[in-house]
Design a protein around this ligand. Structure first.
Ligand code: AMP
Length: 186
């Protein structure tokens, strides 16, 4: 299966995606994680990317495309893949469509994790990661509204979008995500 996880920063995409990938036995592709690993490994791409995310900005589409195109060729992505934090812009969604069409591997489902703005601000400020300080949090939420939110319309048109209430216990949210997956597996 190929599933995209959408939702604002702080919605719990990573946690839910890791869990679902394990349960389905498919790869988990988090572009944020790949970028952080690239920085930790001291690569040039990693250093360049860090200068964007430290300001709460998105990394340019071309850099993300290179990463994703490379990762999709890995063996573990052939049976399925959960895309976490990608796509984040409409051009990235078009790019993903193209990459998947080339492989004859269509998307099965787009999960949109829904959390109210005030709750997000609270969650992100508690998380305390280096790029999550107050001002950066506001910037990340602003970038989400401007650049990523329009993707829900894009995927609404595609027809496979399921909006999931992501407030509450992790287990309860996961049950809702799982119910949506089961529906498309029927
Ligand atoms: P995440 O761990 O998904 O919250 O990503 C952390 C940071 O990495 C984001 O705030 C962006 O700066 C960058 N990033 C991750 N995925 C993407 C993407 N698909 N497009 C652009 N930037 C990204």
């Amino acid at each position: 299966m190929r599933i995209v996880f959408l939702g604002p920063p702080g919605a719990g995409k990573g946690t839910q995606a890791v869990r679902l990938a394990e349960k389905l036995g498919v790869a988990h592709l988090s572009t944020g994680e790949v970028l952080r690993q690239a920085q930790a490994g001291g690569t040039e791409l990693g250093q360049q990317a860090a200068s964007y995310w430290e300001r709460g900005e998105l990394v340019p589409d071309e850099m993300v495309e290179r990463l994703v195109a490379g990762r999709l060729k890995d063996d573990d992505c052939q049976t399925g893949c959960l895309f976490d934090g990608f796509p984040r812009t409409v051009p990235q969604a078009l790019m993903l469509d193209r990459l998947l069409a080339e492989r004859g591997q269509p998307l099965d489902l787009v999960v949109d994790l829904d959390v109210p703005q005030e709750e997000l601000q609270r969650r992100l400020c508690q998380r305390g990661r280096a790029d999550d300080c107050e001002q950066t949090v506001r910037q990340r939420l602003r970038v989400y509204q401007e650049m990523t939110r329009p993707l829900t319309d894009y995927y609404e048109a595609f027809g496979g979008l399921r909006r999931i209430d992501a407030v509450g216990e992790l287990d309860d949210v996961f049950d809702r995500v799982w119910a949506a997956v089961e529906e498309v597996r029927k």
